[in-house]
Design a protein around this ligand. Structure first.
Ligand code: DGL
Length: 261
């Protein structure tokens, strides 16, 4: 079984990519909805949650763990790998490398949570993969919460996102990296804003391919999905159709369950 988790709904974008690429894998997705958003929390708090959830998923029988959250990966993927020897741990990091390879203007913008923006891990990723490119990191506080409330096409949000992105687009950025898994669900609102000027860069499919490489026997199961939430399980259940993921309900053996972690 493969365990996938996020602070809330954002990691469903990764879950969907993994379930598409590994249709036979048994998957458990845990949304830490009692503590969303992570992006406003300090690193010590995020690390505690990541370690508890990772151990919980292993106790449930998961043999591979996917940290479907850029914020949690930045703060704690190294600690989780140390805590779970022998368990492959896949993290999610902003697609700086593909964006740096694709830019023709030499300027890219990375949209992140506040916590990811300040992380040493993101600075290192930029140094490693985008040495000759101008990279602007743009924190987007409140965007993950917008996804949690599933108000995806709120005209007020679209207008504020347009204003938020304008300086980057005006400066010539031609790659806009979605550096938070929640932001995938904002793509329908963001795409018209950047149209003709920049591409949106998402790594969900690349993460699924990495999962495929590491899954081994975990890729061969009955294709069952278990969904867990640390608060408001009914909201996670209702979010699936609202986020365009109705097809995943066909894999559910039981309704979304509350879990205390
Ligand atoms: N989905 C998460 C990420 O990829 C975090 C959003 C949040 O909880 O602030 O960064």
């Amino acid at each position: 079984m493969i365990g996938i988790f996020d602070s809330g709904l954002g990691g469903l974008s990764v879950l969907s990519a993994v379930a598409s690429l590994l249709p036979q894998a048994d998957l458990t997705y845990l949304a830490d909805t009692a503590h969303v958003p992570y992006g406003d929390k300090d690193d010590a708090f995020i690390r505690r949650r990541v370690l508890r959830i990772g151990r919980h998923l292993v106790d449930q029988g998961c043999q591979v763990i996917v940290v479907a959250c850029n914020t949690a990966t930045a703060a704690a993927v190294a600690a989780l790998r140390d805590a779970l020897p022998g368990i492959p741990v896949v993290g999610v990091e902003p697609g700086i490398k593909p964006a740096a390879a694709a830019t023709t203007s030499g300027r890219i913008t990375v949209l992140t949570t506040t916590a990811t923006a300040r992380s040493e891990r993101l600075s290192r990723l930029i140094r490693q993969h985008a040495g000759s490119v101008q990279v602007d990191v743009l924190p987007c506080p409140g965007w993950a919460t917008k996804v949690e409330t599933v108000h995806l096409d709120d005209p007020g949000f679209v207008e504020s996102a347009r204003r938020h992105l304008a300086p980057s687009l005006d400066s010539g950025a031609d790659q806009i990296v979605l550096g938070c898994t929640h932001f995938t669900f904002l793509s329908p609102s963001l795409a018209p804003i950047v149209a003709g000027r920049a591409a949106l860069v998402d790594v969900a499919d690349a993460v699924a391919r990495q999962c495929l490489r590491l899954a081994g026997a975990s890729a061969r199961g009955a294709g069952r999905l278990t969904l867990l939430a640390t608060a408001h399980p009914e909201r996670l259940q209702a979010a699936l159709p609202a986020l365009g993921l109705r097809w995943l309900t066909g894999k559910l053996a039981a309704p979304v369950r509350h879990t205390a972690v």
